[in-house]
Design a binder for this molecule. Sequence first.
Ligand code: SF4
Ligand code: SF4
Length: 294
Amino acid sequence: MKKINEIVIVSGKGGTGKTSLTAALASLFTGKVMVDCDVDAANLHLILNPEKVVRQSDFAGGKKADIDPELCTKCGICLDACRFEAISPDFVIDPFMCEGCGACFALCPHCAVNITEGTAGTWYVTDTGNNERFVYAEMHPGEDNSGKLVSAVRNEARIEAKSADIGLVIIDGPPGIGCPVISSVTGTKLVIVITEPTPAGVHDLERIVGLANHFKIKTAVVVNKFDINPGLLNKIKDYCSLNNLDFIGEIPFDSAVTEAQRAGKSIVDYKSECGASIAIKDIFKRIELIIGDM
Ligand code: SF4
Ligand code: SF4
């Protein structure tokens, strides 16, 4: 049975090329399970284009209250009791405001309140062809359990890797450094940070490196659109060498990347010899070397 190495691609904010890099790596690596942990805005499936759903399941969300208008006498007790202002003056509960605390349920003298378990989202295990698995999830609007859904998605990916004896799981992480990112990063073997040579990009890089250091995870850095600011590119390289981070590549600005997105393809499949593709193929080789040493 192979040891499972999980690697995660993250960025400080959306729009830095994270999903484009992940989709290209999905094309270049064979023998892997792909995962989209950006459950609030999943979009990797638009490029990986799975052929069929193999398994799927709803993910339980928080509890929600609901008032039965047939039983409600409009006495107002629940309205005064709700600390979350989830109940309207005409006694309808807003599911986006309700925190499921149960106060209205406990205090209603006419048993007019029901509490039910909500569904936060749905995860899918899919087949992208050649029997390769891709796991992703979709959160329902207004739900905020994305950290738990990320954990559920990663768990399904590990189950798939184990059952097929696959040693590599590649995760497209959510942007930022919040709870879903922490859920995406913990327990992985390698964090690949993609950033841009802008002041915000440098700041985001430092924050994510701080997070990866906290969990003692090896970190590698990629700079996207490196040619828009050579001065800041050098600053990022200096930061990497000072902090013992693997600088594994720089991707030039390339209009073919946007064309590939529009075409729903990875850049290496869309235009394999363009500047961005050549750079990403080098990055792929460096990641292979790092994984080989794990
Ligand atoms: S406490 Fe019960 S009966 Fe009174 S307003 Fe609320 S739901 Fe209606
Ligand atoms: S369950 Fe709590 S938050 Fe939801 S409506 Fe009732 S009192 Fe308000």
